[in-house]
Design a binder for this molecule. Structure first.
Ligand SMILES: Cc1cc2nc3c(=O)[nH]c(=O)nc-3n(C[C@H](O)[C@H](O)[C@H](O)COP(=O)(O)OP(=O)(O)OC[C@H]3O[C@@H](n4cnc5c(N)ncnc54)[C@H](O)[C@@H]3O)c2cc1C
Ligand code: SF4
Length: 328
């Protein structure tokens, strides 16, 4: 690993100013569970780390409207166990608990989790070309190992997926992200934070250099307690999703009044299944409608040579998850 300088800031504006002062070689450090691994592999080579994990952003606050404001430095394990999250947004608690391991969740922060990089094996191997790491060098995953990569929204330049479980649940919850940048504070709907690869796969998000995530806001969701997160993975624990579904369901008199659905490990972004939601509203709550909704979403899937299995898997996972929520 290359030598680097380490600094701590005392508040968010100071962190932003420190990063600006150090220039392009500086980056923020959250829990370090992704960044430090990538530094060891030579994928990330910052000369200065600005530690933002100890900023006064580690609280979960109740909002007057019943929503929650989650500081960017809140650790994943704390958020998963927070009473309001378990009671009002169980899909978020389940998504967090399905990720990584207890030790990693104790370190990982909300800000770092959202900005963790893809697990595409070529991205992590500096001896291989990769358009995300080195724009213009090529994408060996398209013809190579892509079993666990994207089926929706990918491009000729990149077929990677976003790895976070937490982000899938948060996208289903219409979360917004608060960002401190050069021009002050602004908010971005989480759904618009991550971007599809297009011909600029090196840009994971719409953030500008130096932007610091300071908080995530969850609006209230009246039917949030009837929600869940299901994750298919190759091992029972300590493993990224092969596919995941975050869902919340509001049923009255056997009819779907409202619903939230998002998919993980299908795209370069945590994928909000808006077409499925639209198809489902007003339909009888049952397997037939759930399957039709899944089909409406997955119609846009363009699987690669070795990951077509994800399409029927996503369909089955959506139907199963919604059916179980219906039976609650
Ligand atoms: C073995 C292993 C298994 C894992 N399994 C899973 C899994 O199953 N599911 C899952 O979702 N995740 C999994 N993870 C990933 C883990 O969740 C992430 O590494 C973690 O959430 C990243 O958070 P962090 O605070 O450690 O981020 P860091 O590693 O510190 O930072 C990640 C990125 O975010 C940037 N950053 C950090 N904080 C901020 C901020 N506030 N504002 C702007 N930029 C910031 C950093 O500069 C860096 O680019 C696994 C990781 C490992 C090592
Ligand atoms: S899929 Fe994306 S991250 Fe993976 S090798 Fe291709 S360009 Fe790189």
């Amino acid at each position: 690993m290359r030598p680097f300088a380490y600094e701590r800031a005392s508040d968010a504006p100071e962190a932003v100013a420190a990063l600006r002062e150090h220039g392009a070689g500086a980056t923020y450090l959250g829990g370090g569970t992704n960044l430090v691994d990538l530094m060891k592999l030579g994928v990330e080579t910052p000369d200065t780390l600005i530690d933002v994990s100890r900023l006064p952003l580690a609280g979960v606050e109740e909002r007057p409207d019943g929503g929650l404001r989650i500081g960017a430095a809140v650790r994943n394990s704390e958020l998963a166990g927070h009473r309001a999250v378990r009671e009002r947004y169980p899909l978020l608690s389940a998504a967090l608990l399905s990720g990584a391991s207890g030790q990693l969740r104790n370190l990982a922060t909300v800000g770092g989790n959202l900005l963790q990089r893809t697990r595409c094996s070529y991205f992590q191997d500096v001896t291989k070309p990769c358009n995300k790491r080195e724009p213009g060098s090529g994408c060996p995953a398209i013809e190579g190992d892509h079993r666990n990569l994207a089926i929706i929204g990918h491009s000729d330049a990149c077929v990677a997926t976003h790895p976070s479980d937490m982000a899938v649940a948060m996208v289903a919850l219409d979360a917004t992200v608060e960002v401190e940048g050069e021009g002050g504070t602004r908010t971005i709907p989480l759904r618009e934070l991550h971007r599809l690869p297009g011909d600029e796969p090196q840009r994971d998000t719409v953030l500008e250099p130096g932007d610091l995530i300071t908080a995530v806001e969850l609006p209230p969701l009246a039917f949030g307690s009837r929600s869940s997160y299901r994750k298919v993975r190759d091992r029972a624990s300590f493993s990224f999703a092969v596919l995941s579904v975050a869902a919340a369901l509001d049923v009255a008199d056997g009819v779907v009044r409202d619903c939230r659905l998002a998919l993980g490990a299908v795209a370069h972004v945590p994928w909000r299944a808006a077409r499925a939601e639209e198809e489902l509203r007003g339909k009888p709550a049952g397997e037939e409608s759930f399957a039709a909704a899944a089909d409406a979403e997955l119609e846009q899937a363009r699987p690669l040579r070795d990951n077509a299995f994800k399409v029927p898997l996503a369909r089955a996972l959506i139907v199963r998850t919604l059916t179980e929520l219906c039976d609650r």
